[in-house]
Ligand binder design. Structure first.
Ligand code: PLP
Length: 391
């Protein structure tokens, strides 16, 4: 039987063995509610404290600055809506700035803010998918409560100039949030060095369990909670804590910090090998996104004259898992808003394919992938009405 090849690590990753081992007791004998006073409750409270320290350490924060959530989506919602609501009630500010290439977890809460009467500006990006600092400067007003720009894009992997954007936002008196779901644990991310006010993270992108994430909230910053109830997580996120998930996320952060250098080296070497091979072996293909400021595990291509979804189906038939971009927007059946914002034509968008790598991938897997990809692209182009253009 042929081994399946997984090249979709930006969508999700398997839970690491060490993470599972740490989680197991909290699914069985250590099941207490952290709000309980007895020893069962105290055990789980201690486990959450340890996880909070590990998550904080990964991004150079203090444990008290970490609020656990159900994942990156909730962290983004809490950051955007919580900060905007607070700024409106405390300062009367109703203006928010974000970018066209954010994940829906940021864009949808921004749209909700618009429905609630806020004014939201969406910043354009360059052809490589980068937000221009001068565009942010031009959009800021004294009414701007919050700027939210992602650390690294989930589709094309472009890393944004977050530190500079944050400095510009602060100069104008606005708060700065960054969605670091694709960055934290994959490239060095230091909340203090970046000087951001809010930063979102997710567990399942870094070999932790699904359904766990966190929002970094700079010490001293007030935001409004979205979920009300028993007052857990310092009243910012009510609900009995997902103890096994939080414990697993903490361990995943510890492992990510320990393995960061080895991870970056392994995936970036494989990525460069993959990019080189694709450009050599598949004509009329193009790498998208930045060649300089790019996530180490991301390769995103356009294959002219083919449909990316057909490519994914054919790759899947050959036991290779890939993606056109965001796993979430596939459900919405809409063309990528990220590639549209980068100025791509319809043909460039439909022919796109994202391959994202992990420590588990090997050179042999890349060789097999490129061989299969090359023959699928040839086959699909032969069926295309534009075949004379690309054969
Ligand atoms: C950039 C970005 N933000 C947010 C999310 C949502 O995170 P979660 O799946 O933990 O809700 C994702 C997931 O793909 C993402 O890539």
């Amino acid at each position: 039987m042929v081994e399946r090849i997984y090249l979709d690590s930006a969508a999700s990753t398997p839970v690491a063995d060490e993470v599972i081992q740490e989680m197991l007791p909290y699914l069985k004998q250590q099941f207490g509610n952290p709000s309980s006073i007895h020893s069962f409750g105290r055990e789980t409270t201690r486990a959450i404290q340890q996880a909070r320290r590990r998550v904080a350490d990964l991004i150079g924060a203090k444990p008290s600055e970490i609020t656990f959530t159900s994942g990156g989506t909730e962290a983004d919602n809490l950051a955007v809506k919580g900060a905007a609501e607070y700024a409106k009630s405390a300062l009367g500010k109703r203006h928010v700035i974000t970018s066209y290439i954010e994940h829906d977890a940021v864009l949808e809460p921004c749209r909700d803010l618009e429905r609630l009467g806020y004014n939201v500006n969406y910043l354009p990006v360059t052809a490589q998918g980068s937000v221009r600092p001068e565009d942010l400067k031009g959009a800021l007003t004294k009414n701007t409560a919050l700027v939210s720009v992602m650390h690294a894009n989930n589709e094309v992997g472009t890393i944004q100039p977050v530190k500079e954007l944050c400095r510009i936002a602060h100069k104008a008196g606005a708060l700065f949030h960054t969605d670091a779901v694709q960055a934290a644990g994959k490239i060095p991310v230091d909340a203090k060095d970046l000087a951001v006010d809010l930063l979102s993270m997710s567990s399942h992108k870094i070999n932790g369990p699904k359904g766990a994430g966190a929002l970094y909230i700079r010490h001293g910053l007030d935001i409004m909670p979205l979920i009300h109830g028993g007052g857990q997580e310092s009243e910012l996120r009510s609900g009995t804590e997902n103890v096994p998930g939080i414990v697993g996320f903490g361990k995943a952060c510890e492992l990510a910090a320990k393995n960061l250098a080895a991870y970056q080296k392994h995936v970036s070497e494989l990525r460069d090998y993959l990019i080189g091979k694709v450009s050599q072996e598949i004509a009329h293909s193009r790498l998208n996104g930045s060649t300089i400021s790019r996530l180490p595990a991301n390769a995103h291509f356009t294959f002219f004259g083919v449909n990316g979804e057909d490519l994914i189906i054919k790759l899947d038939e050959n036991d290779i898992a890939a993606s056109t971009g965001s796993a979430c927007s596939v459900k919405k059946q809409k063309p990528s808003h990220v590639l549209k914002a980068m100025g791509f034509s319809y043909e460039e968008i439909t022919g796109s394919l994202r391959l994202t790598l992990s420590m588990q991938n090997t050179k042999e897997e890349i060789d097999r992938t490129v061989a299969v990809l090359s023959s699928i692209v040839r086959e699909l182009r032969a069926l295309s009405p534009f075949k004379s253009k690309y054969t």
